[in-house]
Design a protein around this ligand. Structure first.
Ligand SMILES: NC(=O)c1ccc[n+]([C@@H]2O[C@H](COP(=O)([O-])OP(=O)(O)OC[C@H]3O[C@@H](n4cnc5c(N)ncnc54)[C@H](O)[C@@H]3O)[C@@H](O)[C@H]2O)c1
Length: 273
C-alpha cells in the first residue's frame, strides 16, 4: 500500500466542532489542507475555523446535521464544486446515551443510530461516487470505538451503532478491493480521548445513575485520556499508511478484543450441555 501525503489536500470532517474532530481539523490545518468543517454547533465551528487558519490551513464552515442525507449530499456537492477533490473524509460525528435498553425512549435510540451509523452511511453514499468521478486518490475514515471490540452495558445503543459502524467499514474495504476503486477505507478505534463526549451525552436516568455515570466517565477520560491532538496525529498517520484499523490505544484494543473472542469462542464449544 502506498503512503498518502495529505499536505495541501482537502479534508472533510464531520463533528468538527469539538473533541477528536476539532483535533483532526487543527492537524489538517497544520498540513496546509483546505478543510471543510461540518457540525451542528455553529459557535464552536467558527472557533475551530480560526484555529485551522492559525495552523496554516484554509477552513470552510458548514452547518450539517449528518442525520439528514440531503445535508450531507449538499456538503459533498459544495466541496467538490469548490475544490474538485477530497483527499480524506472523516465520518467522525458521534453521540453517547446512557440508559437501560428497555428504558431508552425509541426516538432517542433512533437518534443514536441516525448520528453514529446512518451519518457514516450518508458520508459514504454522498462522497464515494464523487471521489470516483474526480479520479483523485481518496480516503474515507470512519470513527468507531473501543465499544465495537468490547461490550459496555448501559450504553447499548451506542455500542450497537459502533459495532455496525465497524462492520460497515470492513465491508466497505472489501467492496473497494472487489471493484478496484481508488479509495482507502479505515476504521478508527479510539479508547479514552479527553473530549466533552460525556458532557454532551444524554442520560436516561430511570436507573438513578445515568447522570452520575456520565460525570464519572467524563472524569476518567479527563484523567486518563490522551489529548484530541495526540489522537488526531495517530489517526492521520494511520490513514496515510492506509491502515484498515487505526487504534489510538492498541493495548486496550487487544485486551477488549481478546476477552470478547474468548467469551464468544467459549460459547461456541460450550453449549451449556
Ligand atoms: N472521546 C472518546 O474517548 C471516544 C472514544 C471512542 C470513540 N469516540 C468517538 O469519537 C467521535 C468523536 O467524539 P468526541 O469524543 O470528539 O465527542 P465530542 O462530543 O467532543 O464531539 C462530537 C461532535 O459531534 C457533533 N455532532 C453530534 N451530532 C451531530 C450531528 N447530528 N451532525 C453533525 N455533528 C454532530 C457534536 O456537535 C460534536 O461537535 C465520536 O464518533 C465518538 O463516538 C470517542
Amino acid at each position: 500500500m502506498r503512503r498518502t501525503d495529505f499536505h495541501g489536500g482537502v479534508a472533510v470532517i464531520t463533528g468538527a466542532a469539538s473533541g477528536i474532530g476539532r483535533g483532526l481539523a487543527i492537524h489538517a490545518g497544520s498540513l496546509g489542507m483546505r478543510v471543510a468543517l461540518a457540525d451542528v454547533s455553529d459557535a464552536e465551528l467558527a472557533e475551530v475555523a480560526r484555529y485551522v487558519a492559525e495552523a496554516g490551513g484554509t477552513p470552510e464552515v458548514h452547518h450539517v446535521d449528518v442525520r439528514d442525507y440531503d445535508q450531507v449530499d449538499a456538503l459533498a456537492k459544495t466541496v467538490f464544486a469548490r475544490w474538485g477533490q477530497v483527499d480524506v473524509l472523516f465520518n467522525n460525528a458521534g453521540i453517547q446515551v446512557h440508559g437501560l435498553s428497555w428504558e431508552v425512549p425509541a426516538d432517542l435510540w433512533r437518534r443514536v443510530v441516525d448520528v453514529n451509523l446512518m451519518g457514516v452511511f450518508h458520508g459514504v453514499r454522498a462522497f464515494i461516487p464523487r471521489m470516483i468521478a474526480s479520479g483523485h486518490h481518496s480516503h474515507v475514515v470512519n470513527t468507531s470505538s473501543i465499544a465495537a471490540l468490547g461490550i459496555f452495558p448501559f450504553s447499548t445503543a451506542y455500542g450497537a451503532t459502533k459495532h455496525g459502524n465497524l462492520a460497515l467499514t470492513e465491508a466497505l474495504a472489501l467492496e473497494i478491493e472487489a471493484t478496484g476503486i481508488d479509495v482507502v477505507a479505515s476504521a478508527v478505534i479510539p479508547s479514552a480521548v479527553d473530549t466533552a463526549i460525556f458532557e454532551h451525552a444524554i442520560a436516561v436516568d430511570t436507573d438513578g445513575h445515568g447522570h452520575e455515570d456520565n460525570l464519572a466517565k467524563r472524569k476518567i477520560i479527563g484523567e486518563t485520556g490522551i489529548t484530541p491532538a495526540a489522537a488526531a496525529a495517530t489517526i492521520f498517520e494511520g490513514a496515510s499508511q492506509g491502515l484498515l484499523f487505526i487504534h489510538t490505544h492498541p493495548e486496550d484494543s487487544r485486551e477488549f478484543w481478546a476477552e470478547r473472542a474468548e467469551k464468544v469462542s467459549t460459547g461456541i464449544v460450550d453449549v451449556r450441555a
